[in-house]
Design a protein. Structure first.
Lengths: 113, 108
């Protein structure tokens, strides 16, 4: 519906493992933001990528890293998974400078056991 | 203090009632403002942008007071389908920052 697609939709990982989440932005959008939403909380800003460069980061440790590719798709990588990393991970795309309305994908549900 | 604060909720209101959500933001450099709706286990969806002049979309009215750093959302004649979590959000330095959200339950 929004043109933003995320994969996988659900996954289960073991503590200490690594995970990669993927996002394809809406056509024409050059900016991707990643959010973590724990149960009962609002989305927390992890970081943003604009034209393949990190453009701002929230209060998350370095084991949260990302990439943006020339086609503006993006990846979120989390190393050394902890139980508290269990959350919905949301990708949002936008066109920088156009009121910054962002459009979310359906998210990736990560459970760490 | 959180950058965006909302009423903790949940709100349980009868169908047909008027509901008001309040939100405050701490960074005066915030540039634009939004209300999002999030259904259970779904992604947030933009409900409306908020302007200083106030804006209305059917039963929904949003207001912004920059001097008080306060944003509001009013839902009139609430419907069962309005049950959801309502998220206040601000744009700060091209980043959208969200509040915790307020859950609304409309009771038949």
């Amino acid at each position: 519906e929004t043109g933003v697609t995320q994969s996988p939709t659900h996954l289960i990982k073991t503590r200490g493992q690594q995970v990669t989440l993927r996002c394809s932005s809406q056509s024409g959008h050059n900016t991707v933001s990643w959010y973590q939403q724990a149960l009962g909380q609002g989305p927390q800003f992890i970081f943003q990528y604009y034209r393949e460069e990190e453009n701002g980061r929230g209060n998350f440790p370095p084991r949260f890293s990302g990439l943006q590719f020339p086609n503006y798709s993006s990846e979120l990588n989390v190393n050394a998974l902890e139980l508290d990393d269990s959350a919905l991970y949301l990708c949002a795309s936008s066109l920088r400078g156009r009121g910054n309305t962002i459009y979310f994908g359906e998210g990736s549900w990560l459970t760490v056991v | 203090r959180k950058e965006v604060e909302q009423d903790p909720g949940p709100f349980n209101v009868p169908e047909g009632a008027t509901v008001a959500f309040n939100c405050t933001y701490s960074n005066s450099a915030s540039q634009s403002f939004f209300w999002y709706r999030q259904d259970c286990r779904k992604e947030p969806k933009l409900l409306m942008s908020v302007y200083s002049s106030g804006n209305e979309d059917g039963r929904f009215t949003a207001q912004l007071n920059r001097a008080s750093q306060y944003i509001s959302l009013l839902i009139r004649d609430s419907k069962l389908s309005d049950s959801a979590t309502y998220l206040c959000a601000v744009n700060r330095d091209d980043k959208i920052i969200f509040g915790k959200g307020t859950r609304l339950h409309i009771l038949p």
